[in-house]
Design a protein around this ligand. Structure first.
Ligand code: SF4
Length: 404
């Protein structure tokens, strides 16, 4: 009991720190996010407008560090795990920045581009922007995404974000829209053109026209043990216009919501089994989860079909894996006979080892043996029943096809 209290104390301590640090870090790097539309807001709005408007309007109360001590152990862990997921990207960003700096590349960390589109304040924060003037003027935007698992294809929201960043860089190139935050001895830059930033930071001459520079953007998806670049993305005027339109829609819906002209449930939401719904702060009460919405939603059918296809592929893979394993074992035995050493190929080594079998109680034998000592069948059943353990209930998904 005392151990549990000490563990809880440590987790509480860390959670309070993570919440306070997360809030300050966001404020330092991104400023007051309620006052502008960022590229990640646009990416989110393209996935689900209702969720993006709720986030942007500040109607969701974030948990305060001082409220942590009143929470249960489980709830504290939930908050801490969420913070780790949200903040691990910044830790990775720090390491990647050190790696880029050590190559002596001319890298601008956290370049901010800000502009106004039809009265909507827009801002893009670029993780890393690398510039060079030789052999020809070139700019590389690098956006870091921390993922639990590296995706096969880039999420639509990430693509929108990177297109928005590339588009704004191109669109604002020769306008005083660029700022770089101060760090260490560097005083920072405010409201400069992009060529002025390159000139001031690295003494690099970039052309006045972005068309004369080779501009590419990449998204680097990074997990704790894997990494994958997606790109290159280049300036696409139609994607930039899509970002502008979505930003305007998001801003207008947010204004209407805050003025009371509309309610949250009047705003469009995404369909299907969307991964965003798992983490969405306003999923309670979302109209999507009224069953009649699912019944008419073709995206849900598509997702269930995909799940069925994946299960079928999984079983094919399992069978293939078993066959191949058996073939390797047969070859090993044919070569080694009773020997047990390793066999080498050019890239691998392998051996077949005999492992001890799993131990388990034979209930009938146990019953028989206990009866020899206890001499009372009912007491034996009681003893066995008393030793039975029920594991935690778990969820099971049942899906079956509707035959019409
Ligand atoms: S629960 Fe899903 S559909 Fe509803 S607002 Fe959140 S993300 Fe959108």
């Amino acid at each position: 009991m005392q151990l549990k209290t000490k563990q809880q104390g440590l987790l509480e301590f860390l959670t309070v720190g993570m919440l306070a640090h997360g809030r300050q870090d966001t404020l330092d790097q991104l400023g007051d996010r309620s006052q502008y539309i960022g590229m990640s807001d646009i990416g989110k709005a393209l996935e689900c407008l209702r969720s993006a408007v709720a986030d942007k309007s500040g109607i969701i109360e974030n948990i305060q560090p001082q409220a942590i001590s009143g929470l249960s152990h489980e709830k504290i862990k939930q908050v801490l795990i969420k913070q780790i997921t949200l903040q691990r990207g910044h830790w990775q960003e720090y390491g990647i920045q050190k790696a880029i700096t050590s190559t002596r590349a001319h890298c601008i960390p956290q370049l901010e581009i800000s502009m106004d589109y039809r009265g909507v304040p827009l801002k893009a924060h670029l993780d890393f922007t690398i510039v060079r003037d030789r052999p020809h003027p070139a700019v590389r935007i690098l956006e870091l995404k921390s993922n639990e698992h590296i995706p096969d294809n880039l999420y639509a929201s990430y693509e929108a974000q990177i297109y928005g960043q590339t588009g704004l860089l191109h669109h604002c190139w020769n306008r005083p829209c660029f700022s770089v935050p101060p760090t260490g001895h560097f005083e920072g830059i405010v409201n400069a053109t992009f060529p002025e930033v390159a000139q001031s930071m690295f003494d690099i001459q970039l052309p006045d026209n972005p068309e004369e520079a080779d501009i590419q953007a990449w998204v680097l998806s990074i997990s704790m043990s894997d990494i994958k670049p997606f790109g290159p993305y280049t300036h696409d005027p139609s994607m930039l216009q899509t970002c502008f339109d979505k930003a305007e829609q998001l801003w207008n819906e947010k204004t209407k919501l805050l003025s009371g002209a509309i309610s949250l449930n009047d705003i469009d939401h995404c369909f299907g089994f969307h991964p965003l719904c798992d983490f969405c702060s306003v999923n309670a009460g979302c109209p999507k989860f009224q069953s009649q919405f699912l019944a008419i939603d073709p995206d849900c059918d598509a997702a269930l079909k995909e799940l069925a296809d994946l299960k079928s592929q999984e079983s094919t893979i399992q069978k293939k894996k078993k066959e191949l394993e058996q073939r390797v074992k047969n070859t090993y035995r044919a070569i080694q006979g009773d020997n047990t050493g390793w066999l080498n190929t050019s890239g691998y080594r392998f051996k077949v080892a005999t492992m001890p079998g799993r131990k388990s109680f034979d209930r009938d034998v146990l019953h028989e043996k206990l009866t020899e000592h206890i001499c009372d069948e009912i007491s034996v059943d009681d003893v066995l029943g008393g030793c039975q353990k029920t594991s935690q209930p778990y969820e099971r998904l049942y899906v079956s096809q509707v035959n019409r």
